[in-house]
Each structure stands twice: as C-alpha cells, then as structure tokens.
Design a binder for this molecule. Structure first.
Ligand code: F3S
Length: 421
C-alpha cells in the first residue's frame, strides 16, 4: 500500500467535519487512491457525471443518490450531468410512462439538490461555460467526453465511474493516477491508415477496428491528420474536425476502453512532443480498409424499414445540426428523426434557425437524452439507423433494436424516403 498524503482540509472531510455526505465522498476518493497506488489527490476544475438514466440506475440507484443528497452532500466544483432517460417537458407526449418518469425526476432532483447543473449532455466540451483547457485536471465519467478532453484538448481525466465522479465533485479532488501522470500519456500502438477516412461514419468504423485491437491502450495515429481539417479556435462550435474526432473517441471508448489517443502533427501533445510520446516498445497496427467494421456495425443488411433515424452520438454539435437542417430544408420526412443534443446547443441552433427547419420537415431536435439511455421499447422503436459508431455499438445491446449504420446522407435519405437504400 502506498503512503497516501492528504492535506489538512482533505483530512477534515475524512473525519466528518464537513458532514456525513462529504465524509462518504472522501472515503470513496481515498479508497480509489489506495487501490490505484496514488501518492496524493489532485484538485479538479470540473466534473461530469454519467449513469443518470433511471434505465441504468434502477431503484437502488435512485435510493443511493437520494440518501447522499439527504446527508447534505454538495458539490464544490462546477459539475454537469450526462443524458437521462427522457427530455424534460416532452416525455408525456412521447408515451413514457409515469413509472419511468417519476423515478427519473427523483434522480434529477437529487443531483440538483447537491448543486449539480442539469445539463444532461455527454458533450460538456461543447459548452462555452464548461469547455476545459489544456492541462486542466478533470474527473469525467462519460467515456466519449474523457477521450475528447484528453486527446483533442490536452486536459487530464481518467474514466471515472458514476459514484467516483460524484465523490470527486463533492470533495473537489480525485486520486492522482492514470492519465493525470505524464508517463501514462505515452502511446503504445502506432496506427497506420492505408485507406480513405472521409466521413463521421468512416471515423466511427475506424474506431471499431482500432478500439478492438488496442483495448485500453493509447493509440498514435501516424497519418490521420490529412483526413482532418484544422480545428476551429472555438471548439464549442463543432465543425468537421471536431465532429470526426468526437465520434472517433466515442467509438474507441465503446469498442475498446481507450481514454486517450494522439494524432501525429495534430493533437496538442503530439504537436508539442512528436514521437517522444511513443513508447519504445510500441507495436504497429496497419489498417488496410474499413470493410470489416462496416460489415459488423451495419449488421442487418436486409433491414429497410426504419422506425427512428438518430443523429448526434455523442450529442450533436452546432455544425452537425446545421448539416441536418441544410439537407432537410424544404423536404418532408417519412420516418421519425431525432437529432439528439444538449439543451444549450439546441438553444444556439434555434437562434440560427436550424431547429425550425428540422421541425418543419417533421424531425425533432431532442435534448437531455439519447436513443441508448431512453426506454426505446416503451416508445415503440424496434429499428434504427445512425451514422455514429458508438450508437451502432450500444443501441442494439441497451435498447434492443435492429440497426443500420452509414453516413449522415444515407441516414437522412432513409428518413426522407422511408426506406434504407
Ligand atoms: Fe452520448 Fe448517448 Fe452517445 S450518452 S455518447 S449520445 S450513447
């Protein structure tokens, strides 16, 4: 067991001087620090909590959170929430039953009581008020967001669990181990790409192959930069590069357990350190084509009739909503369409007129939730189509749906024509 050093303030949390809720939180953080051999704790700038849907939490999770809130626990740093199982204000019209909505609202109440901001989105890096900066220490639990923050922004976070992220928020610290340490940010696999990677769906397909191959490793993409336009100065606006990288990280985290990747000559640490970031024993992985990924991810080739086309996993950026609006302008949908996003992003998209165009076509710009964490069976959805690698991985497992996977134009064509072609 390592010698874990606590500051005087940290010790007061552990002693219960700040109340039972803070003591419970500090006990969790200290237990994890000891498990991972951390020498001390690191103050965090922001916490993102995952595991918010009643679908995942069940009654035991609701009781656990309500009890923690009743103990007087309050967050000490800005803390935001992942998507929950429905949209506030729309669940009744969707046909979600009160036996789901009631406990889901209790979960929300418990978090709000603890001082958490109810953003209900997996993309806190797209929020102007919360987007982290390079070097910031974070305690984020949403795996796709962790990959984006570590890799694209150069912030530092481990993949926290739901309770450990909440504990970190309550004491404002997390254990200093894993991706908080320089030595664990080095790459162990050089990935060479020998095929075009042109669209968000291609980046999702790439994430399948690499995620499966590297598990929880740190890939170094040696020649991916030519497939990426420059990142905009304001990452919160989205844009083609950010949209591709968010789907890449989400898929790497879903098909493998990747929390950090580097793109040579592009991502911040790779730009600064170059190949000094490569471990000496790094292995080589050559991708000749994406065929196998498309075969597995688009696993139901006879499926033509789609109940729901869903775009926005991770939650859609402003640029993705704009792309959907431009495609749909003047058209009428034959199939239900969800563009899932954060309420904050929906508001920005509304101001620019994109939401109105999508709604005029018959689509919905949905906030607070997604087709993985919402009870899709209760909504009568049995078949879906998506352009997102993570959605193609999780929705069949978590929502029991049959799935088509392809690029955004193919998905929107299915939404307009009523059939997957
Ligand atoms: Fe976000 Fe749901 Fe995808 S939480 S990353 S949109 S599965």
């Amino acid at each position: 067991m390592t010698d874990l050093k606590l500051t005087a303030e940290e010790q007061t949390f552990l002693d219960g001087d700040a109340g039972a809720g803070a003591r419970r939180a500090m006990e969790i953080v200290v237990a994890l620090a000891r498990i991972y051999g951390a020498g001390d704790l690191v103050p965090v700038k922001h916490v993102q909590i995952a595991g918010v849907s009643y679908k995942n939490l069940g009654d035991a999770g609701v009781a656990f959170l309500s009890e923690w809130a009743a103990e007087g626990a309050r967050v000490r740093v800005p803390t935001t929430l992942n998507p929950m199982g429905m949209e506030r204000g729309r669940w009744e019209s969707w046909g979600i039953k009160p036996e789901f909505a009631g406990p889901q609202l209790s979960v929300l109440d418990a978090f709000v009581k603890m001082g958490v901001t109810p953003t209900m989105s997996c993309t806190p890096y797209l929020f102007p008020d919360y987007a982290p900066r390079r070097g910031d220490a974070l305690a984020w639990a949403e795996s796709s967001a962790v990959a984006f923050a570590n890799s694209v922004i150069g912030a530092r976070s481990n993949r926290e669990g739901g309770p450990s992220a909440l504990a970190a928020a309550i004491v404002g610290r997390t254990a200093r181990y894993g991706y908080h340490l320089d030595e664990n940010r080095m790459a162990d696999t050089v990935v060479e790409i020998g095929c075009p990677v042109r669209s968000v769906a291609d980046f999702g397909a790439l994430s399948y192959i690499v995620g499966k191959a590297v598990g929880n490793g740190v890939p170094w993409f040696s020649d991916l930069a030519p497939w990426l336009p420059p990142l905009p100065a304001d990452i919160t606006l989205g844009g083609p590069a950010g949209d591709r990288l968010k789907t890449l990280g989400a898929g790497l985290a879903a098909y493998g357990a990747v929390a950090l990747y580097h793109v040579a000559g592009y991502t911040p640490e790779a730009l600064d350190s170059g190949e000094a970031l490569l471990r000496r024993d790094a292995r080589r992985l050559v991708i000749h084509d994406l065929d196998e990924a498309y075969r597995v991810m688009d696993a139901d080739p006879d499926l033509r009739k789609i109940d729901l086309v869903t775009i926005g996993c991770p939650h859609a950026s402003l640029s993705e909503i704009q792309q959907v609006a431009e495609y749909l302008r003047g058209k009428t949908l034959a199939t239900r369409l969800w563009v899932t996003t954060a309420e904050i992003t929906r508001r920005r998209a509304g101001e620019l007129g994109f939401v109105e165009v999508i709604e005029a076509a018959g689509g919905e710009v949905v906030a607070d939730t997604c087709a993985v964490v919402a009870p899709m069976q209760m909504l009568g959805v049995r078949t879906m189509a998506t352009n997102a690698g993570k959605m193609a991985c999780y929705a069949p497992m978590h929502s029991g749906v049959r799935m088509r996977f392809g690029d955004v134009e193919q998905c929107l064509d299915a939404a307009v024509s009523g059939t997957w072609r």
